[in-house]
Ligand binder design. Sequence first.
Ligand SMILES: NC(=O)c1ccc[n+]([C@@H]2O[C@H](COP(=O)([O-])OP(=O)(O)OC[C@H]3O[C@@H](n4cnc5c(N)ncnc54)[C@H](OP(=O)(O)O)[C@@H]3O)[C@@H](O)[C@H]2O)c1
Length: 274
Amino acid sequence: MINILNEKYIMNNNLEIPKVGLGTYKLTNELEGVELIKAAITAGYRLIDTAKVYENHKIIARAIKECDVKRKDLFITSKIWNKDHKYEDAKLAIDTILNELELDYIDLILVHWPTKYRNECYKALEEAVEEGKVKSIGVSNYQKHHIEELISICKIKPVINQIELHPALRNQEVVNTCKKHNILVESWGTMIRGKCFEIEQIKKLALKYNKSEPQICLRWAYQNGYVIIPKTSKPSRVVENTMIYDFQLNDEDIDLINSINEFRDGPDPDNFNF
Ligand SMILES: NC(=O)c1ccc[n+]([C@@H]2O[C@H](COP(=O)([O-])OP(=O)(O)OC[C@H]3O[C@@H](n4cnc5c(N)ncnc54)[C@H](OP(=O)(O)O)[C@@H]3O)[C@@H](O)[C@H]2O)c1
């Protein structure tokens, strides 16, 4: 049987990343969080996306300990929060992430937003790769100009750019820039954080394929080659959000999606937390 949870992309450093993972923003209730993450791992999820600012590293650490999947088979992503982007603060933040997650290494750490100290933070991440604390490094919410700047100064190319990306924010300029530099694109807010139910074009496609609106959004992103990390606090949705392999959006469907008026649900990366 096809299981998209087994599928992986190869990153530009030749390491693998699952195509589908679990988002954990707002998963802060310990009991609920541990059970949800364990249910996701049992269902076959291997990638868990977190961040220092989500305040759930300890919940994830407990879930990892209580599940019976080997560490090497999991892929843990975290991110360095904006206030910690100065070089020394970023170095400390990397150690804090390792301590809170109770891990010897992190699979992927991202610069959370392109603050004015973003390059200091990235330098600390490059050193963490050399020190064996992190396997891969990347960025999040980077616009075209942030990527071009980083590419011109980095020693280690970012493997991924995690951005707000969904049928109502197709973010083509950033996607094209990432493709040009062989950087994978990871979509956050793929289901438009629940707003997918309000968009006529998505409702129409959900009816056409007898799928839910979130599944239409997730299929769109998956079909475009983006890593997806749908978040849910409900175990039943953990499985629903992976049932997107038995239909395909055709050119006409894509045209319909392209007719959705674009809007950004989250902050504008050029004007956030300088
Ligand atoms: N890098 C960044 O700056 C950044 C920013 C935001 C998010 N992220 C990451 O990306 C992940 C995903 O983004 P997101 O959480 O903002 O948005 P999202 O995944 O698009 O949407 C999550 C929302 O959709 C609901 N939902 C999930 N599955 C559903 C289903 N099958 N049917 C109906 N509703 C469903 C969830 O509610 P329930 O929980 O009630 O199911 C939740 O309210 C985050 O968790 C986080 O890991 C990164």
